[in-house]
Structures are given as C-alpha cells and as structure tokens.
Design a protein around this ligand. Structure first.
Ligand SMILES: [Zn+2]
Length: 313
C-alpha cells in the first residue's frame, strides 16, 4: 500500500471517529446544560397559578412547597428560615428559603457562607386590596429563573457547591417602604450574617428583581458595588447583550440593601424603567407581560457571572 493510500485510510478512520463522537454527544443532549427560558417561564406560570403570594397565605405556602420540591429533584437541600415580624397590619409570619447543593449525605453547615455566591429573589407578592395582583414579573420572574438555575448548576456539582440560592419572603412593604416596612425577609436573613466573621460571610450577592418583562432592560442602582457592576457589564458583553444594561441614577430600596449593610457586597439586577414607566404594581403584571427570552437572557448572564467568578479564583 502506498503512503498516500495509508494516509487516505487514516483520514477516513479519523472522520468516522469524529462522526461517532458527534453522535454520542447528541445522544447526551448537550442543551441540557444550557439555561432554558421556556422552563423558567413554566415555573413562573406555576407560581402565578397559586394566586397572590401574600405572606402567611395558603398560596405562598404552595409556592414554598413547589420551590422546595423542584430544587430537591436536582440535588438541592432547603433550609426554611421561619420568623415573625411586626408590620403595619400587625404581626405576620414569613419564611425565607435557602437552597444549597449537596451531592452526598454531608450535613450542610448553614452558618458557614465562606466563599459562597448568593443568587437571590423575592417570591412574595404585594398585598393589594383593590386589584388581583399576580406578580408574574414582580416576585415571579426572578423566582422562576432561580429554580431553572438550580437545574442547570446541578449538572456541574463543583460549581453548584459554591452557590446559595435565596428566596426572600416579605420583600414588599405592607403599606410603603420605610426602615421597618418592607424587606422583611432580607433584613432577617442579613441579621444572620451581620455578626459572622468575615471569612464565613458569602463573598457576593446578586439580587434579581423585575427581570421578565417583554421590554426588559437592566439598570442597577448608582450605588452598586463597582466590582459587581463591572462583572455584570462584562458578562452582558460576553453574551452579546451589553446594550440592555445601564445604570439607574439613584439608589433603590430592595433586598440588596440589608445585605450590603451586613458586609456582603450585593448588587440589584433590576429593570428600573419598569418602575418609573408606570407598570409596577399594576394588574397588568401577568403572564402575558413577561417573555421567556427575557428570562433566558438573565439566566445566561447569571451563569456567565458565576463562570467568570469561579474560574478567576
Ligand atoms: Zn413589588
């Protein structure tokens, strides 16, 4: 056999080998590892179908059980942080859900957040007497994204073990935001970390809020920690969506505030224009107003931020 024929045969063998590998890869459904806006949308729909998720209501208990069941399926363990607090309508019960990934029977040390990255959402809806407020965008969108992130992260246990998913109750003010009305869940959660030694505190927190509107754009508050803002912009450039990310000219009251005050650098990834544009806390905040594309975009940005943060240390 001539050298040329041998070379041709080995090229054919290599080509056949490559085809086989590609077929095997397709069999493994590589898209399983990608964030699905459609799956996140279905989670939002399930939450909205429970009805308004007011603190202490039957609907919010259904939402808690749903979040726990979905995440358990992908290897996450849930710690329910229950507490009561005084509100302008008297004492109310609240439950924050903390989720961490655990691949074995190892006990999770919930008091040690060292090296952990927090990805947070509130899952309650505002109590509104005059309208049936469903909170598909406000409370729903970010929660659906966190559940879907739980599925995707579980495919990479090392990465998942660096994350805590936090679902805050009582973000909404019972009347209006003041130092003692609103942010009930994040204030309680932050209290837990305030006195912790620095090395036991989580290293960063990303709070998602109002991240599902069809015309979503993200403008975090002006006083965001600069390094977290740079990370967000870098990730948005990497996924080719930088034009949708800017800055809001003032501070914003949201769940990132108590975390920052407790010494955990926290950024609010929020559609500020949704508030200023008059869509906030309206009956129109339903499934028709949100899109799986917006949910997908935020899921992709979060995965990119997590990948960048974990590969850099
Ligand atoms: Zn709200």
């Amino acid at each position: 056999m001539s050298t040329n024929s041998k070379r041709r045969l080995s090229l054919i063998a290599i080509a056949a080998g490559c085809t086989l590998i590609l077929q095997l890869l397709n069999g493994c459904k590589p898209n399983d590892k990608a964030f699905s806006g459609e799956l996140a949308y279905k989670h939002v729909e399930a939450l909205v179908n429970f009805g308004p998720r007011e603190p202490g209501s039957q609907s919010i208990i259904k939402a808690q059980n749903y979040i726990e069941k979905e995440l358990n399926e992908f290897g996450w363990k849930i710690f329910r942080q229950s507490f009561s607090d005084q509100t302008p309508q008297g004492e109310k019960d609240f439950v924050n859900l903390r989720a961490r990934f655990s691949s074995g029977d190892n006990d999770i040390d919930w008091k040690d957040g060292g090296g952990k990255i927090l990805v947070c959402s509130h899952y309650d809806t505002k109590i509104m007497e005059s309208i049936n407020f469903l909170g598909a965008n406000d409370g729903g969108s970010s929660t659906g994204i966190l559940i879907e992130l739980g599925r995707v992260l579980s495919k990479n246990p090392n990465r998942a073990s660096r994350i805590e998913l936090v679902f805050f109750d009582g973000e909404e003010a019972v009347v209006d935001f003041t130092a003692v009305d609103g942010l009930y869940g994040s204030r309680h959660y932050a209290k837990y970390w305030r006195s912790a030694p620095q090395e036991k505190k989580p290293v960063a927190a990303y709070v998602l809020d109002l991240v599902g509107d069809k015309n979503m754009r993200i403008d975090p508050p002006i006083d965001s920690p600069p390094h977290l803002l740079s990370q967000l912009y870098k990730a948005s450039r990497q996924i080719g969506k930088k034009s949708l990310f800017g800055i809001h000219p003032t501070p914003i009251t949201d769940d990132h505030v108590p975390l920052n005050a407790a010494g955990i650098p926290a950024i609010d990834i929020i559609d500020s224009a949704y508030i200023s544009g008059g869509k906030w806390h309206q009956e129109g905040d339903n499934m028709d107003s949100i899109s799986s594309q917006s949910l997908n975009l935020i899921g992709d940005v979060m995965l990119q931020i997590i990948e960048n943060s974990i590969s850099s240390n």
